[in-house]
Design a protein around this ligand. Sequence first.
Ligand code: SPD
Length: 288
Amino acid sequence: MKNMGKIKDGWFSEVCPMWPGIALSVEINKVLYSKKSQFQQIDVYETKNHGRMLVLDGIIQLTLSDEFAYQEMMAHVPLFAHPDPKNIAVIGGGDGGVLREAGRHKGIETIDFCEIDPQVIEISKKYLPEMARGFDDPRIKVHIGDGNAFIREKKEAYDVIIVDSSDPIGPGEVLFKKPFYQGLKHALKENGVVATQGESFFLFKETVAHLAQITKELFLKQAYSCILVPTYPGGNIGICLASLGPELKTPARKIPKELQDQLQYYCPKVHEASFVLPRFAQKIFEDI
Ligand code: SPD
């Protein structure tokens, strides 16, 4: 896929046809890594004010200054929505950030992790150790391959599945289609919960509506949680959540104090508040 990032006068600009007319720019000091893998262009920058930044095919995946918001919410909202997650899967997110957060749940027994691009894992281990320490957890089994194919082979295997995908262009595209969600449902145990990268309701109304439609058709409950992330387009991103039983909008259990003390964004009140949407965004869900 065409690399959509541009560098000019020391600024990296994320320019993507998915969000026309808007470019998010970050001032950079140094290019630490820049190479094409079998699947995508991978760049790591040292930014001037936001720590290191991982960019795939020209699209910002994270900066170290605000990554905690996304990783914490992607992991803890679905994991606390489930009453007792023991076996979980994480699809995508080769930087290891969601794994790092999921690993904070002591009750989890197994974590299957599937990533299509092994280079993202290697580069994250080398340049983003704060993220990739997620891989140190002995409960994790790493599978390199296509997330869609991986999930299709699983039947009633997981309490929670988290899909930390890039946008629906390039390798992540298949993860926004109905057959993938059918596979997710099939792979969930009774009372299972699924959370997928759900894009911004400001910039991707059609994608948000599309995912809501699919999850409404297939699951018992569905909801959309909003996360504030300054270095994602529009300053926000969403989680598309669906369940075969549990309520999604309130945590199913108390957060242990020692876990809460490690977090910077997630807490039970933020869990609930993240589902309170502005009127125009509520309408997306009413209209499906
Ligand atoms: N528009 C960018 C969306 C990126 C979502 N995935 C980020 C991966 C961080 N673990």
